[in-house]
Design a protein around this ligand. Structure first.
Ligand code: IPE
Ligand code: IPE
Ligand code: MG
Length: 236
């Protein structure tokens, strides 16, 4: 059995390389203010922008953001189309800033299930930032961990025996550092089909803050908490 990387301290122990966030609470943020849910999602996009900008100074190699799950298709059509519209507008408005900040965009999940205009925009954004070498912002779109693991296992089985390593090599996150810290906003304490495999030894951090109110300061707070955690990976 191989061991997870970085099982004991080095100079960088306590520094997170890969953080993921379940960005939850847009609907409740809007409801509290008697505003339409769409406004909550719009403010959620503003929080994404602020956190992506703020991540720059935190030394992260990767930040993975859960934006649309395989289960979110259960929402009403008008909410889904609001979310698609926001996503398109975000790419159009923010791509150049991200590209010039050396951010590499990545998508995890089966984004090809989206409408052709969305797929085209996403692929343009991926191509525009593919050569960048700074922080990877991985956006989870039509992402579900069970779907990802099933896809990875299918590909692994076609190549030989299924092992934890062969599955891991085919996960959508295969090119990212191991997940260090998983954050969920809005007070919910569940994974909702997000990074189930990758979270095996990740540290978890939950906050009551609703996603539209989340800032780079909150991310910093989570990273400070992470720095104080002792990770044992089953050892002693
Ligand atoms: C998160 O906010 C955004 C997505 C899931 C797309 P929600 O829309 O889930 O907000 P709540 O959980 O209803 O407050
Ligand atoms: C998880 O939030 C998905 C995203 C943040 C994109 P949900 O709001 O969909 O999760 P549940 O339904 O509360 O578990
Ligand atoms: Mg929710």
């Amino acid at each position: 059995m191989s061991m997870p990387a970085a099982t004991s301290g080095g100079p960088d122990e306590g520094r997170a390389r890969h953080v993921a966030i379940i960005m939850d609470g847009n609907g409740r943020w809007a409801k509290k203010r008697h505003l339409p849910r769409a406004v909550g999602h719009q403010r959620g996009v503003e929080a994404v922008r602020a956190v992506v900008r703020g991540a720059k100074g935190l030394g992260l190699e990767a930040l993975t953001l859960y934006a649309f799950s395989t289960e979110n298709w259960r929402r009403p059509d008008d909410e889904i189309s609001d979310l698609m519209g926001l996503m398109k507008r975000f790419i159009l408005s923010d791509l150049e800033e991200m590209a010039s900040n050396n951010i590499r965009l990545k998508i995890i999940g089966d984004y090809k299930a989206f409408k052709p205009d969305v797929v085209e925009l996403i692929e343009g954004a991926l191509a525009r930032t593919a050569a960048n070498t700074g922080t990877t912002i991985a956006v989870a779109l039509n992402y579900g961990s069970m779907d990802e693991i099933a896809r990875a296992a299918t590909r692994a089985a076609a190549e030989g025996p299924i092992t934890p390593e062969s599955i891991a090599a085919h996960l959508d996150t295969a090119d990212l550092p191991p997940l260090d810290l998983l954050i969920r906003t809005s007070g919910e304490e569940r994974l909702s089909n997000f990074l189930l495999w990758q979270a095996a030894y990740a540290e978890l951090w939950f906050t009551e803050v609703l996603w539209p109110d989340f800032t780079a300061e909150h991310l910093k707070e989570a990273l400070d908490a992470f720095a104080g955690r002792e990770r044992r990976y089953g050892g002693r």
